[in-house]
Design a protein around this ligand. Sequence first.
Ligand code: PEP
Ligand code: MN
Length: 263
Amino acid sequence: MKNQLIIAGPCALESREQLKVCVRELNSLGIKHIRASLWKPRTHPGWEGMGILSLLTLLEETLPYGIVPATEVLTPEQASLIVEGLRSYDHRAPMLVWIGARNQNHITQRCIAEILASGGEGIHLMFKNQMWEDERHWLGIFAHLIEAGFPSERLLVCHRGFSPGRLPNPYGYRNLPNFEMAKRVKEKTGLSMLIDPSHIGGTQANVFRILEEAKTYPFDGYLIEVHLDPENAKTDGKQQLTFVQLKQVIQMRAAAENDKQMR
Ligand code: PEP
Ligand code: MN
């Protein structure tokens, strides 16, 4: 069975203690990547994450335990801070950085890519689809990042659904998936394609539903939100899974992959 890349963790980093427990849980599940955003884009004004002051905490509480940190950057300044922070911690350290759905200024995207390309070779860059449903735009992000000099071997792509607008949406998904488009983008770019069932689904129940719907598609892994106490999470509480639920997801995905191999 081809190994699925699993990136699991809280929507946002909330404290050092949260990270410690989360890393322990992920290690016990054999998961090697943790998501924990330092900067949170918000639909309405609210808490925006712990910011750069917690970068060192993120590195200290993950890398020595064999876990690769993953976080979103929104600006070139944030990308520079990550590159500098990693360089002074350990210039060869692995880290995954992503460009999110709301960050669709290609000048900003290209600057981020250039800055990250100038950092250590352990840096991988993932880009999500934009908020609106448009394959050309999604492929355009890829073209811009490549043109800005980011090596394709260290690029990944992630499907997080599109703004629902007025389309039928019987389960109340936060964003509507287009698995066929994700499949084409994977083929056309040649990149590993992850799915983000958390930001598509918007609720715990929908996260399971999305993974079930996606199971026949060739996703290479998933980016998924998990929290020690989802009800009291500072952001995205409704869609963050508990660790017990994450374990169910892993079993479900492994079974689906096995089915695919048998066919
Ligand atoms: C996230 O993954 O934390 C996030 C903000 O997602 P998106 O860019 O898909 O809205
Ligand atoms: Mn989130």
